[in-house]
Each structure stands twice: as C-alpha cells, then as structure tokens.
Design a protein around this ligand. Structure first.
Ligand SMILES: O=C(Nc1ccccc1)[C@H](C1CCCCC1)n1c(-c2ccc(Cl)cc2)nc2cc(F)c(F)cc21
Length: 233
C-alpha cells in the first residue's frame, strides 16, 4: 500500500514552507497598477525592474526558511538563488495571472502585458507557460512547494555539492507528490504534469535576457541586484 497519507512531520515541514510563502507574497499591486491603465514601454520596464527587484528580496527571505537551506555550503546557497530567481519570477507571474479575478480583469491584464513592451516573439512561449500553469488550478500549498522545489534544483550552474541539495529537494518532492494525490484524486498524472511545467519554465530562462534587452525602448536601466541576478549589463 503506497504511503499516501501525509505524516505529522511532513505536515509540520509543509506548514513552515507554506506560511513563509504566504508571508513573502509579492504585494498584488503589480496587477492593480496594470489594471489601472496602459503604461508606456518605459514605465512598464521600470515597473518590471521594481517588481523583480523586490521579488528577489522576497525570494531570499522565503528560501532562508526552507528547512536545511542555511546549512548548505554558502556558495551553493548563492548559486541556487541565482539559478532559480528568474524561474521563480515567471512562476510567480503565472500564479498571479491564474488567480481568480473579477470578470474581464484577466483579459485586461493579459492585454496590458501583451502591450507592455515585450517583443512579439516572446509572447507565445510566455503565455503558453502561463496558460499551462493556469490549467493546473494549483492550490496554495502546491504553489509554495513547487517554488521551493524549483529553488532546490541540484543541477544549477556552479552548485558544488549536488547530493546535499538533492537531500533537501527529495522530502519536498515527496510531500508535493502526496499533496497532488490528495487535492487531485481523479488525476493520477497530476504530479508528473506539475513537474513537467518546471521543464517548460527552464526554457523561459533562456529567453529572459533577450526579453529584457529587446524591450521596446532604448538603454534599459537595471538595478545592481538585477544585474547580479539577470545576465544583463
Ligand atoms: O511584474 C511582472 N511580474 C512579476 C510578478 C510578480 C513578481 C515579480 C514580477 C511583469 C509585468 C509585465 C508587464 C509590465 C510590468 C511588469 N509580469 C510578467 C513578466 C515578467 C518578466 C518578463 Cl521578462 C515579462 C513579463 N508576467 C506577468 C504576468 C502577470 F499576471 C502579472 F501581473 C505581471 C507580469
């Protein structure tokens, strides 16, 4: 009989991660701002750099609460954060877009993003990803754990002690697997589909530098933190 039920310690472990994820939410003001009006490409770019900078700070706080993360080699901690920040931002963006909104708001939000200044060629892969995340109807615990699993990806560039990261990621994947079975009992493949989204997320990683440098405006300015995290400037 498969160990289906979530044990007491797994519940405690999950609570730490979900509480931290909820505490470290990006203020939904990016959607409020975007729903207010269509900004120029310049204004949207500034909004993106502000949101992305605060998202990285929030991501660091969230990651510090992942059990065992702070006992990893310090350089590996940096490599994991640097390697997952862009994916965490796209994952968060997808979750923001798939949040239930009043009638018509999602369509307006989508329109504003399409006209934000991102060049046309990146719209399809980006919105395909957003749509595929939306179709999963993830519950909050799944979102929090999926973000933690993304951060604890052992094969990021420059990670030295892979096994140490795997040892942290494995219990997370185990709890996530049980959560998926619990919340999506009629979809036995749900967990596999969820992990498949992480592969799609990596492809967005490849595009992100070009998405930024091809933003419809000249001499894009980045914060020092974003220069660190995004391979720009
Ligand atoms: O801010 C953002 N995303 C963010 C959210 C949460 C945390 C950090 C960043 C930007 C907006 C986009 C429109 C201009 C202003 C920034 N954003 C993106 C997005 C991010 C990076 C690149 Cl390269 C392209 C698009 N996809 C989004 C989907 C949403 F539902 C959405 F609401 C905001 C979204």
């Amino acid at each position: 009989k498969e160990k289906a039920e979530i044990t007491k310690e797994q519940q405690a472990f999950m609570k730490v991660i979900v509480d931290s994820y909820n505490r470290h939410q990006i203020p939904q003001d990016v959607t409020k701002k975007l729903l207010q009006e269509q900004y120029s490409a310049e204004e949207n770019f500034i909004l993106l750099t502000e949101m992305a900078t605060s998202q990285v700070q929030v991501l660091v706080e969230f990651t510090k609460n992942i059990p065992g993360f702070l006992s990893l080699d310090h350089e590996d901690q940096i490599a994991l954060l640097k390697g997952s920040a862009v994916e965490a931002m796209f994952l968060r963006s997808a979750q923001v877009l798939s949040t239930k909104m009043p009638n018509g708001h999602t369509e307006v939000l989508e329109e504003r993003i399409r006209n934000s200044g991102i060049s046309e060629e990146f719209m399809t892969p980006m919105f395909n990803f957003y749509k595929s995340i939306g179709k999963l109807h993830m519950v909050q615990e799944e979102q929090a754990l999926l973000t933690a699993v993304t951060i604890l990806t052992p094969d990021r560039p420059f990670v030295k002690d892979h096994p140490a990261v795997e040892r942290l990621q494995e219990p997370m994947l185990e709890v996530l697997r049980k959560l998926c079975a619990l919340h999506h009992p009629r979809e036995p493949q749900y967990f596999a589909r969820l992990l498949g989204r992480l592969t799609e997320l990596r492809t967005l990683n490849h595009y992100h530098t070009e998405m930024l440098t091809s933003w419809r405006m000249n001499d894009q300015k980045f914060t020092p933190l974003l220069c660190e995290i995004w391979d720009v400037q």
